[in-house]
Design a protein around this ligand. Structure first.
Ligand code: SAH
Ligand code: F3S
Length: 478
């Protein structure tokens, strides 16, 4: 999709006034950058702070506390945040009592250095330390700087009900795992988010029930690598072998979790993100096929179409194995849409290897894509052991070729819906006109159609698709 490749760097929205306690008198302005996980973490933080007497505000100028949830995935994401800190500096001149905290991946990566490098920052808190925020804030209010970047082997925030921020009231995120053990050589996430942990399925189902009670209609189960979900009573995934036979027998993997969610909430729609090809099992695909309310859409990042590049990336599967997975998905769920993440110009990437990426794309014809030029991240295995040796212009040219091909395939996939009837969950007004609704079909394609006066936000309606662009289906209610 055009422009989608920059989603990570884009601000994902400011906090709106929420259902936090009304008697709260202090105001926190929370801003999230990066992935959906960060957005969900900000909601957890809003919940922790609500108990401490903070309401969220959308006005930076009136905030007692500003928290920015940061992203380290590429250098550009970090630069965006540093620019944003300059803006806070300007506001602090008008509102000198305002305190500024950084959370998330950049906080974890830079630790105390953040305080030295950015004068405006009073507080640094890593992704596993949000429960400590009340203490850290107390320190800061008493005029001291505060840092907690400890990573945890257990923390899943399972008992905290997130305060939904910037929500359309229809779809919500529910985290199911934290951290990542995969160690893809280019990726900073295992260092900033720590070891992989799964959340108790009971607490997941409880949170979904709460959302259902508030009339939410669609849940996206979140994790860096959802297919790796494994609950056997708590503990790290890598210690599963040491668990008792009983615990192993009753373990819940991702396929079972999907099954439990879809069965317990037949009128809710379920999505999940992100899948990792090496961990996606046939059981997961079968669970998806079995339940109408699990959306037929898989975000399946591949990063490269070349087995040699995949090996350098430590992706643990070959091009052929990936294509076999795609073929199984198509066999079991013919209507499934599939999207990719691609990295152009990884260390040592030859022209031939780049061509293999383009040919893989030709074979799969992805519905959507999120595409990036390789950005070396300090401390990662690629940074330590490999050379970022593809010249910038070549990276850019290869990225453009990948994006252009994706646009062609995106349009092709959208055209396949023309003439068909699809079920849409209405999310709100179309961006271009309040006479039209906007929603998504099961395959995650955006559908726009004229209002008829008989439907409302949160309804599932059938629309016939008459036309499309590369990013939108245009339909009418039937
Ligand atoms: N857990 C997901 C990816 C999380 S990061 C997975 O299984 O792949 C989101 C995307 O950012 C990645 O898929 C990758 O395409 C991109 N990315 C990560 N590190 C990057 C880097 N150093 N340079 C460029 N893109 C990167
Ligand atoms: Fe990063 Fe690979 Fe995990 S891309 S988030 S290390 S699956």
């Amino acid at each position: 999709m055009a422009g989608e490749q920059i989603i990570e760097e884009k601000k994902q929205g400011q906090a709106l006034l929420t259902d936090a306690k009304k008697e709260n008198s202090k105001k926190v302005f929370i801003e999230s950058y990066g992935c959906q996980m960060n957005l969900n973490d900000s909601e957890i933080v809003a919940s922790i702070l609500s108990d401490e007497g903070y309401n969220t505000t959308i006005l930076l100028e009136e905030a007692d506390l500003v928290l920015v949830n940061t992203c380290s995935i590429r250098e550009k994401a970090e630069q965006t945040i540093r620019k944003r800190l300059e803006k806070y500096q300007a506001v602090k001149k008008i509102n000198p009592k305002m305190k500024v905290g950084v959370m998330g991946c950049m906080a974890e990566r830079l630790k105390e250095k953040f305080l030295e490098e950015e004068q405006i920052v009073d507080l640094v808190v890593g992704p596993d330390a949000y429960r400590d925020l009340p203490n850290l804030i107390e320190e800061v209010v008493s005029g001291r700087e505060a840092v907690n970047v400890l990573l945890s082997k257990e923390e899943t925030y399972a008992d905290i009900s997130p305060v939904r921020l910037n929500s359309n009231g229809v779809s919500a995120f529910v985290s199911i795992t934290r951290g990542c053990d995969n160690m893809c050589t280019f990726c900073v996430v295992p260092f900033t988010r720590g070891r992989e942990r799964s959340r108790d399925p009971k607490s997941i189902l409880r949170e979904i029930q709460e959302l259902k009670d508030k009339n939410y209609k669609e849940i996206t189960l979140l994790g860096q690598n959802v297919d790796s979900y494994l609950w056997y009573g708590g503990g790290l995934k890598k210690d599963f072998d040491k668990a008792t036979a009983e615990a192993q027998k009753n373990a819940v993997d991702f396929a079972k979790l999907l099954d439990q969610c879809a069965t317990a909430f037949p009128n809710m729609r379920f999505r999940f993100s992100t899948s990792n090809p090496q961990d996606m099992s046939l059981d997961v695909i079968n669970s998806m096929a079995k339940h109408k309310n699990i959306c037929k859409y898989i975000h399946l990042p591949v990063q490269s179409g070349s087995s040699s590049v995949l090996e350098r990336m430590n992706r643990k599967h070959t091009r052929e194995e990936y294509l076999e997975l795609i073929s199984n998905i198509r066999k079991l769920i013919p209507e499934c849409s599939i999207s990719q993440d691609m990295i152009a110009g990884f260390c040592g990437e030859t022209e031939e290897e780049h061509q293999e990426t383009l040919s893989l794309m030709e074979e799969v014809k992805y519905d959507f894509g999120f595409m990036f030029a390789y950005s070396e991240r300090p401390g990662t295995p690629a940074h330590k052991r490999m050379k970022d040796d593809v010249p910038q212009e070549i990276k850019k040219r290869r990225l453009t070729e990948i994006i252009q091909l994706q646009q062609k395939h995106g349009l092709y996939r959208m055209q396949q819906f023309v003439g068909k009837t699809v079920e849409v969950l209405i999310e709100g007004n179309s961006k271009k006109s309040d006479q039209h609704w906007m929603g998504r079909n099961s395959q995650n394609a955006v559908v726009v159609f004229p209002k008829t006066g008989t439907e409302k936000i949160g309804d599932f309606v059938n629309t016939k698709i008459n036309n499309c662009t590369s990013a939108t289906l245009i339909g009418e209610r039937i």
